[in-house]
Design a binder for this molecule. Structure first.
Ligand SMILES: Cc1cc2nc3c(=O)[nH]c(=O)nc-3n(C[C@H](O)[C@H](O)[C@H](O)COP(=O)(O)OP(=O)(O)OC[C@H]3O[C@@H](n4cnc5c(N)ncnc54)[C@H](O)[C@@H]3O)c2cc1C
Length: 506
């Protein structure tokens, strides 16, 4: 029997999740002689590595200390996107009158039902990542804490797994900010927030990055009074400032109290209330809340792995050190996913795992730096990005030209009532070569793939201008950007010639 880990509430959905992700009656197999590949961690990077290698006929062991599926399935993308969908439904009911729909007065969110829906859907998706499915793929699945005992051996629950190659895919967890009084007052992280069954009336979210923004907006739409606290002057500090401004406006409309450019200096507990003492430009102020959620970045899971025993270099903040082929300082051992990358996304973990399989099993020369990784923050509207930002390109001395199309100029966005947003594409000046793009739109995450394809395939704006987009779609914004580029090719000389030609035709 496996040691049970707390999963709250332990209802029928979470029981099903556990039966897939950490079956209580699981018995670890007897280790095979020497594995072609030992994978540490069964999140996205680990699962893709293990399934890919097993599919090629390799002898593979996969070690997981908690739940198959890692953060994405259990406490990350999956539950957060289920909540976001429910919060959009709430916003649509709120805004129904704008569409001429009379929603009954007093419509409210049934938070326990929202959370139950999330648990049901998460449980349904967990079958893909289940221990039984991986055993069926021919992978030896071990539950327990993995720890290196030498350069070619890992120990789990008293058993030693010897390997030719290994992949460290142990991911990351919520970084704990060092704020006096915070630990005593208690706080939620992504590991606990999805276990809530009651909506906190007042929620303070510390950290205005993507996780903080997504959950702050969702909880505000559920009816909580949310304060979002960021230490920079804009939310999502990495993103295009114009994009952040649009999301800030929408969040304010949702009732989020945005407190930016402030530091939380201390937290005190007064009865049941948590009081956050802030410093904003030298001025003290405070926020009172019933619950605190932190989202101030991710810390790599390097502890307890005994990396020294394997000769794997690491940094407590940056994670495992890898070269461009994702090889650690021990040439037999690779790393993939959040443990070694600044791109902490599921699709990035997946892509890196594929690089590792090629390099570890086939003496391949695949490079992580060759990956084009888009990302999206699933606020409403969404903010998606790929490639370089304008400031980054300029800092590299690249002469940039930017084309922007506001969603307000796109018929479908007008009809949908989704006019807050834009498509912005940066090209190398004098060419149509795309350097980067940001999309702010209701479904920006869907739209960014077209621009990512263009970047990967070396297709310029000229090709996108020739690509017919169905009318009316919001993706037409991309075509309009490309048309705007095409118009710049009409130099005064060419325009003059053309006008002469037209005059001759009359
Ligand atoms: C709230 C939230 C929302 C997110 N939303 C998105 C999104 O919408 N889109 C997106 O692309 N990304 C999203 N992410 C990020 C995404 O979840 C991660 O990038 C992804 O899970 C990384 O996969 P991984 O395999 O590297 O690590 P993980 O998923 O963290 O998996 C690592 C696994 O290793 C195990 N492990 C750790 N140490 C050991 C050990 N010593 N022995 C054995 N096992 C060990 C862990 O238990 C874990 O299961 C979100 C993250 C959060 C927190």
């Amino acid at each position: 029997m496996l040691e049970a880990l707390p999963v709250q509430p332990y209802d029928v959905h979470n029981q099903f999740l556990v039966s897939n992700a950490r079956p209580p009656d699981w018995a670890n197999p007897e280790p095979a002689g020497r594995y072609n590949l030992v994978v540490l961690g069964a999140g996205t990077a680990g699962l893709v590595s293990a399934a890919g290698a097993a599919g090629l006929g390799a002898r593979v062991a996969l070690v997981e200390r908690a739940f198959m599926g890692g953060d994405c399935l259990n406490v990350g993308c999956v539950p957060s996107k289920a909540l976001i969908r429910a919060s959009r439904a709430a916003a649509e009911v709120r805004d129904a009158q704008d569409f001429g729909v009379e929603a009954p007065a007093g419509a409210r969110v049934n938070f326990p039902a929202v959370m139950e829906r999330m648990r049901r859907l998460r449980a349904a998706l967990s079958s893909n990542d289940s221990a039984a499915r991986f055993r069926g793929l021919g992978v030896d699945v071990f539950f327990g804490e993995a720890r290196f005992t030498g350069p070619d051996a890992v120990e789990v629950g008293g058993r030693v797994l010897r390997f030719r190659r290994a992949v460290i895919a142990t991911g990351a967890r919520a970084a704990r900010p060092d704020i006096p009084g915070l630990a005593d007052a208690g706080f939620l992280t992504n590991e606990t927030v999805f276990s809530l069954t009651e909506l906190p009336p007042r929620l303070a979210v510390i950290g205005a990055g993507s996780i903080g923004c997504e959950l702050a907006q969702a909880f505000a739409r559920f009816g909580a009074r949310v304060s979002l606290l960021g230490n920079r002057p804009q939310i999502m500090p990495r993103e295009d400032p114009d994009a952040a401004r649009i999301v800030e406006k929408e969040m304010r409309r949702d009732g989020v109290n945005l407190i930016l450019g402030c530091n939380v200096v201390r937290v005190a507990q007064e009865g049941a209330v948590k009081v956050l003492h802030l410093e904003c430009g030298g001025q003290p102020t405070e926020v009172r809340a019933d619950a605190i959620l932190i989202g101030v970045g991710r810390a790599p899971n390097v502890q307890g792995l005994d990396l020294e025993a394997a000769g794997v270099a690491y940094d407590e903040k940056e994670g495992i050190k890898v070269n461009d082929r994702l090889q650690t300082t021990n040439p037999r051992i690779y790393a993939a996913g959040d443990i070694c990358s600044r791109f902490k996304f599921t699709h990035a973990a997946d892509a890196m795992a594929r690089v590792v399989i090629q390099n570890a099993l086939f003496f391949g020369r695949a490079k992580a730096s060759a990956l084009v990784i888009p990302w999206c923050t699933y606020t409403d509207p969404e903010v998606a990005h790929v490639g370089l930002y304008e400031a980054e390109a300029k800092a590299r001395g690249i002469d940039v030209r930017t084309f922007t199309e506001p969603m307000a100029h796109v018929d479908r966005a007008v009809l949908d009532g989704d006019t807050d947003g834009f498509v912005k594409v940066h090209v190398r000046a004098g060419s149509d070569r795309i350097l980067g793009a940001t999309v702010v739109a209701r479904h920006a995450g869907e739209m960014i793939s077209e621009l990512t394809l263009a970047l990967v395939g070396g297709l310029g704006l000229g090709t996108l201008a020739r690509t017919i987009h169905p009318y009316p779609t919001q993706a037409e914004a991309i075509k309009r950007v490309a048309d705007a580029y095409n118009r710049t090719r009409l130099t005064p000389f060419v325009k003059g010639l053309f006008q002469k030609w037209l005059a001759w035709m009359r």
